[in-house]
Design a protein around this ligand. Sequence first.
Ligand SMILES: NC(=[NH2+])NCCC[C@H](N)C(=O)O
Length: 203
Amino acid sequence: MPLNLWLSLVALCAMGAMSPGPSLAMVLRHTLGGGRSAGVAAGISHALGVGLYAALTAWGLGALIVHYPGMFQAIMILGAAYLAWLGVKALRAGRGGALEAQAVTTSRSMAIRDGFMVALANPKLILFFVALLSQLITPEMSEMGKWLVVVTAMGIDGAWYVLVAMALSHSRVLPWLQARAVWINRLTGIVLLALALRVVWGV
Ligand SMILES: NC(=[NH2+])NCCC[C@H](N)C(=O)O
């Protein structure tokens, strides 16, 4: 892969990873509820999901979806349903009240599961791969080139969310955020539900 193509790939992936959305909300929620190790675990398992999509895109998901648009819609709707469910869960976690710490506690295994599932269900990610990343992949691309796409997308997403989890779980930041966990959970719930509605609206 020529260097300039790879650099566009890096820029595209960095923009995708950094733009706020359900994945950021998920890493934030697990950092708040489970601390640094849960946040980092969520970031890493999320990156594995990103890598899976990148691989599917590199080896032909885009072409498949062009042939079967109904499949794309079905995936988007399933993703939206999952986000809506997470949204409801976040809203209900917020109802526990600031003093009931358990109400927002999450474990590392929950973080790993949610990280992966949110990556798969996030409509922003599906669009990113089908509409944007697929443009950079040509049929003539070598196997090495395709692997490079997968590793780049996974590495950038993983590095970004691990960084986010580390920053948010800093000993000065975390207590401040935890004191506002109820509001952050409510906001997260509303954002997830709104995004799910928008996806269903647009399909
Ligand atoms: N390479 C990507 N597009 N990654 C997607 C990350 C998703 C997005 N940043 C979000 O929080 O929802």
